[in-house]
Design a binder for this molecule. Sequence first.
Ligand code: SIN
Ligand code: MN
Length: 265
Amino acid sequence: MELTRRQLHTYEEDGLLFFPSLFDQAEVAALTEATETIAAIDHPSRVLETDGETVRALHGCHLMNEVMARLTRLPRMLRPAEQIIGDSAYVYQFKINVKAAFGGDVWKWHQDYIFWAKGDGMQRPDCVNVMVYLDEVTEFNGPLMCIPKSHHHGMVDVMAEQGEGSWKDNVSADLKYSLDAATVAMLVERGGIVAPKGPAGSVLIFHPNLAHGSAPNLSPWDRTMMIVTYNSVNNVPEPTGERRPEFLVSRDASALQADPEAVLA
Ligand code: SIN
Ligand code: MN
């Protein structure tokens, strides 16, 4: 899949692009099965909600599962990322946010890039998120809310909140670098809020400095989403201190080759 010049322009202007039903039902079923396989593995990359039971997120999925690895090489995923980045890309991060029915907790308003800049030593926001919906996303099950155009503001240098001081502060409901109310209000005044809703198989592409977050899921419907973050091969982080685990920051930064033959189902 190639983005048109108009789509690239919209991305530059708004910081996001939405494609309903980019994956078909069989592909969604294969990705859901792979997600369930990974979720059953008791591994530090599996993060639970504060109830200690509900799975909140799975990390480094492309390192653990061949279907997930194939997904990252699909032209539908990789080509738009390469076009947006303007360079060859590799998978920087691959996570699945489950946002379970009745239990999926909040993601406070935040930008992603600050976590990668401060946590990993990423030099520039030359990366992009490609999110695949594994469930239908409605107004009820905690859709991702985004503030269009907020990426033009650049990285808002918020103070880190006190946490236990481990990588878990970056993935829990008590997020380390969240945006304060005044900043969110200012950004919303300029850009409003959108919550792209659509069937399972829809894809949302968004900028690493786009402000986003989501409310808890009070509905009886799961809202599982996969997020592949592609980074430029010329923007590999230069960490100064201890590195976060590989399931949060991929060590293999070699350029991915799109595989038009790859099948998921
Ligand atoms: C969410 O799953 O609603 C938040 C996604 C993210 O910020 O990574
Ligand atoms: Mn985020």
